[in-house]
Design a protein around this ligand. Structure first.
Ligand code: 6R9
Length: 579
């Protein structure tokens, strides 16, 4: 068994919210101040503050490599490596505001790239490494990627063939460069070794753009969500209030940094806190995860309902056979967490699960079963201090009505003005503006608020699919199916799943003269997996003669879904009767 990173005082089991119940945005902002001219920089808050202070020899990142061997990086070492990477970017001619992409997973280079990029004042944009070539290409094009840091395998399989179609991509840097970098690429660790470990942090302001994360809605184009350096104030405050995180914790956020959770809470929040973050390079494996919780003496764990339900399925004996005495707080996000999972967590881990709710657009946790509250199984919780939430109804002629009766149901809205509110959608001002009404941000999620103020998730207002935490836009998948020569039309929607919340189903209309048989189905599965990657490709494909469409020609995915699942069909007034 590996010893814990640094000797710690014993922490009591269960939440204790050491920073006090009154820790809010103002206190977090005051604690992070220190750059000249009221500047604010995420990398300064997360790294330099500690690298130059009393926590410099504390372990910042404990990385578990593919062989299971841990490697530790102290705050001082992280400070030096991120200085070096910022200098590398500067030498490559990358200017502030340019975008540095990663396609990496949980690799030390991911953390160094993220924080080095922010230190320089450039924008960090991580992509899911499970994405297939097309989602990667469309995002890099939309985001005008100047630099990509990736692995040799990802480069050879996905990037090299598409590189001619990405003329703006000036530099590709290979992180696992022990065999040297392939032609037209550079090697991460060699570049790092050759540059200085001294680098002043860029004079960014709270409103300077810092992060670009792509997310999906109903329509085809993935939305590039922009967050500023000010988001760090909310990462910090929410980590105290919703995750009960403190500097002596060993914190494990299991999310991939390609997902906003993996960046904000898998990188930024624990480092801002001065805690130790655990980074596991491997994918989900229930038994190995139990061992990691035990061996690395994880105290706070932030994971997904899908992972919890996959563990539940294995049976209590397997999960119970480990020592979780250090584990005192568990939280989850991304999909609804069913009440059974909350109770199960308490039985096997000795501490309940705390569900919380937020979105790529909100940039940090908004609604939570907070550390100071007894969790309410099945509910997403209550708004964090400084966050004003409401249940609203959109009115026909525009505008909203705020509902306030006990048990009201409607769209979840948040009062504009919290520090991590997104600054815009990349190149889409109009879409951004459509998210707001009368000083409220409209989330697109339907909720219910009970008489005691607890929020309960009802469903999404759009057609986006949530599958194992991935938010998937149906059009992105339909477009890929339509690119197949045998396909005339395609409609994609989510099918409820007890473990991963939803799976992706596609209904395909074959071209006239095409035989809709098992061979075609297999071919379409292979086609979608090759282009989209297995995480978002449809799991099920069905054939039909036609798809239900609106009078304006849009696929009625809701109706298609109802028909396929045998559910009530709802309002059919906009259905084209000729189809
Ligand atoms: C952080 C993240 C956001 C969407 C959101 C909602 C769903 C997130 C949830 C939840 C029920 C919860 N969602 N947390 N649904 N209960 N606790 O997930 O960001 O990928 O942008 O997804 O996920 O539908 O609108 P993102």
């Amino acid at each position: 068994m590996t010893p814990p990173p640094t000797p710690r005082q014993d922490v009591p089991h269960g939440p204790h919210n050491r920073q006090g119940a009154d820790f809010d945005f103002d206190k977090a902002r005051a604690a992070l101040a220190g750059l000249p001219g009221n500047g604010l920089n995420i990398a300064h808050s997360a790294v330099d503050r500690h690298a130059e202070g009393v926590r410099r020899d504390h372990v910042a990142i404990r990385w578990i490599g593919p062989t299971g061997t841990p490697a530790d990086l102290t705050y001082r070492q992280l400070g030096e490596s991120t200085n070096r990477f910022a200098n590398v970017l500067r030498q490559l001619g990358v200017g502030s505001g340019e975008k540095v992409f990663t396609l990496l997973g949980r690799d030390p280079a991911q953390y160094i790239t993220a924080l080095g990029t922010l230190k320089l004042g450039a924008m960090f944009c991580p992509l899911f490494s499970v994405f297939g070539p097309e989602p990667i290409r469309s995002r890099m094009l939309a985001g005008e990627a100047a630099v990509l840091v990736t692995s040799r395998r990802q480069y050879e399989r996905k990037i090299a063939p598409m590189r001619p179609s990405l003329p703006g991509l000036a530099h590709v840097i290979i992180a696992d460069d022990d065999r040297g970098a392939p032609p037209s690429t550079e090697s991460f660790w060699s570049l790092l070794d050759a540059s200085s470990d001294v680098c002043p942090v860029a004079a960014t302001r709270p409103e300077t753009p810092a992060l670009l994360h792509f997310t999906s809605g109903t329509t085809g184009i993935p939305k590039g969500v922009i967050h500023t350096h000010d988001a760090v104030v909310a990462h910090y405050a929410s980590a105290v209030r919703a995750l009960d995180l403190g500097p002596e914790d060993v914190f494990w956020c299991t999310a991939d940094p390609g997902w906003i959770t993996g960046t904000c809470y898998g990188i930024i929040a624990p480092l801002v806190m001065g805690a130790t973050l655990l980074a596991d390079s491997a994918e989900f494996d229930a038994v190995r995860w139990c061992r990691l919780l035990q061996d690395h003496q994880v105290t706070v764990w932030y994971t997904s309902p899908t992972a919890i339900r996959m563990m539940m399925r294995l049976g209590d004996e397997v999960i119970r056979g480990h020592d979780y005495r250090r584990l005192r707080f568990i939280a989850s996000v991304g999909e609804p967490l069913n009440a059974e999972a909350v109770t199960w967590g308490e039985q096997v881990f000795g501490t309940p699960l705390h569900d919380n709710w937020w979105q790529t657009e909100t940039g940090s946790i908004m609604i939570a079963n907070q550390a100071s509250m007894q969790p309410m199984p099945g509910s997403m919780g209550k708004p964090l201090p400084g966050i004003e939430a409401a249940v609203v109804e959109r009115k026909r002629g525009g505008g909203i009505e705020i509902l306030d009766t006990p048990g009201c149901r409607g769209e979840l809205a948040l009062r504009v003005g919290w520090p991590s509110m997104f600054q815009g959608y990349l190149n889409d001002r109009e879409r951004y503006e459509r998210c707001f009404a009368q000083g409220w941000y409209l989330s697109g999620d339907m909720v219910r608020r009970d008489a005691d103020g607890w929020y309960w998730f009802v469903g999404r207002a759009d057609d986006a699919i949530k599958s194992a935490g991935h938010l998937i836009g149906p059009t992105e998948i339909e477009r890929v199916l339509l690119a197949h020569p045998a396909v005339a039309d395609a409609g994609v929607f989510g099918v409820p799943d007890p473990i991963i919340h939803e799976t992706v189903k596609a209904v395909v209309v074959p071209k006239p003269g095409t035989v809709a048989d098992e061979a075609l189905r297999r071919e379409l599965h292979a086609h979608a997996r090759r282009i989209l990657g297995p995480a978002i490709a449809p799991r099920e494909i069905a054939f039909r003669d036609r798809l239900p469409k609106t009078l304006s020609g849009k696929i009625m995915r809701r109706l298609l879904r109802a028909q396929e699942l045998g559910l009530p069909q709802g309002d059919l007034s906009s259905l084209d009767p000729n189809l």
